[in-house]
Ligand binder design. Structure first.
Ligand SMILES: *Cc1c(COP(=O)(O)O)cnc(C)c1O
Length: 420
C-alpha cells in the first residue's frame, strides 16, 4: 500500500487549506509516519546486538528530517561533503556518521577527518595510501561481483563501480593494519528498492562470511558489518510490503548463531533511506490545464524538477485527487509537468477520476529520492518542503527556489585566461 491510511486521514482534510496558505506545489512529510517506521525498526531489530540505522542522507536531506533521525538514535550515511556538513550541522559527530564515498578526492578525506571525524568507509584498495591521516577505525565496501546476482534496479555487481573485489579483501585489511588501523568494519550494498526480504538475509549472511574469512587470515574481529540500504517500499497498490519482521527475526538468529560459533559477533548496521521516509512524503500539485489531443493530458503546476523518478526509472507513483478519492476512475490521463521533455510526466495512461482545473493531486511516496533529486534544467525551480507535525500543525522546512537562486551562480568576478 502506498502512503498510509493514517497519513491520508490527517493530510487530505487540510490539503486545500495548505494550498491556500503555502501555494502549490509542495512536498509534505509526515513526522508520525517517520517516527513509527523508525521506532518499529528499532523494536524489530532489538534482538540484534548493537543494531543501528544510519539514515541515508541523500534520500531526504532536510535538517528537520535529519533531526528526527538523530532523536531516534540513528546515525547518518553520507557520501559527499555537503551531506557531511549537513549532518554535523544538526549535531551528528564521529561514529554517528558513516562516510561512504565513491571515487573519493582529497578534499573529501579532509572534511571527513575534520570536526570529530566519522567512520570512513573506503571504496577501493588504492585509496588506502591516499587517506592523509589513517584512522584507527576503518571500514571497506565489498562488491561480491559474480558471487551475487544484483537486484533489478542496482544491476549486476560485476558492472557496479562500487567497492573492493572479492580478491582484494584480505590485502585491503592487511594494508589497513599496516597503516595503523586497529578497529574494523565491513560494508556492502547490493540492492535497491528490494522487496524480497530473503535477498537482504543473504546479504547479511554474505558479510558475516567475509568477516570470518578475514578473521581466519588476519585475526581481525570486526566491530560491525553494514548491510547497506536498498530496503524496498511498495509503490504500486497491489505490491506487497517488504517482510521486515521476517528479515529481522532471521537476521537475529543468524547473528546469534555466529556468536555461538565465533564467541563474538559484530554489531549490525543498515543505512536505509527509502524505507525510512519514502512512503511518508507526497507531492501536492494543482491541475492547471487539460488538453485533449491523441491522448488526454492533465497539466499540473509541478514538474520533474520536483520528482525525477517517473522520468528516470519509469517509476510508478500512485495519485489521489483530493475530494475524488472514491470516484470511479473512468478517465485515462497522462499527468504532465511543464518541462520541455516528453518524459516530464508523473503518470502515463493512468486511470483516474475526471479531473477539473483547480483540482489538487497528491502524488504518493515522494519522501525519499524525491525533492532531493530535483534539478534546474529548463530553469524549472525546486518546490518547497513542509512537515506535518505530530500535533497536526504544519511547518515550512524549506522554501521554494526563486529566480535569485537560479541566477546566483552568474554572480561572480570576471576571470579570463589567455593561452601563452
Ligand atoms: C543510496 C544509498 C543508500 C540508501 O538507499 P535506499 O535505497 O534509499 O535505502 C544507502 N547506502 C548507500 C551507500 C547509498 O548509496
Amino acid at each position: 500500500m502506498p502512503m498510509s491510511q493514517s497519513f491520508k486521514e490527517r493530510l487530505f482534510p487540510i490539503t486545500e487549506q495548505l494550498v491556500e496558505h503555502y501555494g502549490s506545489p509542495f512536498h509534505i512529510y509526515d513526522e508520525v509516519g517517520i517516527r513509527e517506521t523508525g521506532e518499529n525498526l528499532k523494536k524489530l531489530f532489538s534482538g540484534v546486538e548493537g543494531f543501528r540505522e544510519y539514515y541515508a542522507v541523500k534520500a531526504l536531506p532536510n535538517p528537520e528530517i535529519l533531526r528526527l533521525m538523530l532523536d531516534m538514535g540513528f546515525g547518518f550515511d553520507c557520501s559527499s561533503i555537503g551531506e557531511l556538513v549537513l549532518s554535523r550541522q544538526i549535531g551528528a559527530r564521529g561514529e554517528d556518521i558513516m562516510f561512504t564515498s565513491n571515487n573519493t578526492d582529497q578534499k573529501e578525506f579532509e572534511v571527513a577527518a575534520g570536526e570529530g571525524g566519522c567512520v570512513l568507509n573506503l571504496d577501493d584498495i588504492s585509496l588506502i595510501d591516499k587517506v592523509p591521516d589513517f584512522p584507527e577505525l576503518i571500514c571497506f565496501r565489498y562488491n561480491p561481483g559474480p558471487r551475487r546476482t544484483g537486484n533489478v534496479i542496482i544491476g549486476n555487481p560485476v558492472e557496479a563501480k562500487y567497492g573492493l573485489s572479492h580478491e582484494q579483501v584480505i590485502d585491503a585489511y592487511r594494508l589497513a593494519q599496516q597503516r595503523g588501523a586497529k578497529r574494523f568494519g565491513l560494508h556492502t550494498m547490493v540492492a535497491s528498492n528490494e522487496l524480497d526480504y530473503t535477498y537482504m538475509v543473504e546479504t547479511a549472511r554474505m558479510v558475516l562470511e567475509i568477516t570470518s574469512m578475514v578473521e581466519s587470515e588476519l585475526g581481525i574481529k570486526f566491530e560491525f558489518v553494514n548491510i547497506g540500504g536498498g530496503f524496498g517500499i511498495p509503490y504500486q497498490p497491489d505490491q506487497k510490503a517488504l517482510d521486515i519482521e521476517s528479515l529481522a527475526s532471521e537476521i537475529e538468529t543468524m547473528f546469534a548463531d555466529f556468536k555461538s560459533s565465533h564467541s563474538y559477533v559484530p554489531r549490525m548496521y543498515m543505512e536505509s533511506g527509502r524505507f525510512m521516509t519514502g512512503p511518508h512524503g507526497c507531492l501536492v500539485t494543482s491541475a492547471i490545464n487539460h488538453k485533449d489531443i491523441y491522448r488526454k493530458y492533465i497539466g499540473v503546476d509541478a514538474c520533474m524538477s520536483a520528482l525525477m523518478r517517473p522520468a528516470l526509472y519509469e517509476a510508478y507513483h500512485h495519485i489521489d485527487v483530493i475530494g475524488k478519492e472514491d470516484d470511479i476512475k473512468d478517465q485515462v490521463y497522462d499527468v504532465a509537468g511543464s518541462l520541455c521533455e516528453n518524459n516530464d510526466k508523473f503518470a502515463v495512461q493512468r486511470e483516474l477520476p475526471k479531473i477539473d482545473e483547480g483540482d489538487i493531486l497528491v502524488i504518493h511516496d515522494t519522501g525519499a529520492h524525491g525533492h532531493a533529486m530535483g534539478f534546474q534544467y529548463n530553469a524549472k525551480l525546486r518546490t518547497k518542503e513542509l512537515l506535518l507535525r505530530e500535533d497536526g500543525s504544519v511547518e515550512l522546512i524549506r522554501r521554494e527556489e526563486t529566480l535569485d537562486d537560479y541566477f546566483a551562480t552568474l554572480n561572480f568576478e570576471k576571470n579570463c585566461f589567455s593561452p601563452k
